[in-house]
Design a protein around this ligand. Structure first.
Ligand code: FPP
Length: 247
């Protein structure tokens, strides 16, 4: 495990890859140059996660709000995602990685939808680490779609309103079957969630790395995991020593 304590590793790490534009601007390069280097870091971090023994990595690749960016940047980001799936799917598959995609698929252009479907289909039986790509993803949109699915079940008599529970909602989210993230990392020094996994991150730990995403390498990732290992997770309860004192 290369020095990391396996008993203190997060099972699921979710990452907001922020700062590609600023990285490019600092070098007088077009924003796309930052996204391109960003994809290299995606590769590095996914490989590192496998080496470290992380079971689930979720990457916020494109948010439902990112459509508001200039047309050219949106098109470049689509191109990079397509290229990533075309070039890297073989390696991911041969490493037994299961790919899943979360986000609203129905409004995505058909060639990308086909690639995303293919990545999921091809790796469905894989039993190794899980790579979850959040694409055209917005947490509020996901929750609305889930609420709508439950409403349809109630309207059609498959579910009673009183049977709507946290588990029932969990089961119709895009992330159904994926454990909640233990650790959310955001790069670039920004400290917000930006509509990412709002429901699922209820008890996640947060690490805000100051470096920009194109500079977030294996060693920065390890630092974030070490920071996580130092955290005391309580899930709303009190720490064990305080319980002993109080009793
Ligand atoms: C945020 O930086 C980054 C994005 C909106 C896109 C992230 C996408 C990639 C790294 C490439 C595609 C992903 C995969 C999984 C292949 P920003 O542009 O908001 O940077 P800024 O805040 O400095 O402007």
């Amino acid at each position: 495990m290369q020095g990391l304590d396996p008993t203190k590793l997060p099972r699921h790490v979710a990452i907001i890859m922020d700062g590609n534009g600023r990285w490019a601007r600092a070098r007088n390069l077009p924003r796309t140059a930052g996204h391109k280097v960003g994809v290299e870091r995606v590769r590095e971090v996914v490989r590192a996660a496998q080496d470290f023994g992380i079971e689930y990595v979720t990457l916020y690749a494109f948010s439902s709000e990112n459509w508001n960016r200039p047309k050219e940047e949106v098109s470049d980001l689509m191109g990079l995602l397509k290229l990533f799936i075309k070039r890297d799917l073989d390696e991911l598959h041969s490493n037994n990685v299961r790919v899943r995609v979360i986000g609203c698929r129905s409004t995505v252009q058909s060639d990308i939808r086909a690639l995303l479907d293919q990545a999921e289909e091809r790796t469905r039986e894989n039993t190794g680490p899980n790579l979850v790509i959040a694409f055209n993803y917005g947490s509020r949109d996901e929750i609305v779609r889930a609420a709508r699915a439950l409403a349809v079940d109630v309207a059609e008599g498959r579910l009673k309103p009183e049977d709507i529970s946290e588990d029932a909602l969990d089961g119709v989210l895009d992330t159904a079957g994926i454990p909640d993230p233990d650790l959310v990392i955001r790069t670039s020094g920004e400290q917000r969630l930006s509509n990412f996994l709002l429901w699922q991150a209820a008890y996640a730990e947060f690490v805000f790395a100051t470096c920009l995403w194109p500079d977030f390498d294996r060693s920065q990732f390890r630092d974030a995991l070490e920071e996580y290992a130092r955290r005391d997770r309580r899930f709303g309860a009190v720490p064990a020593p305080d319980l002993a004192v109080g009793s």
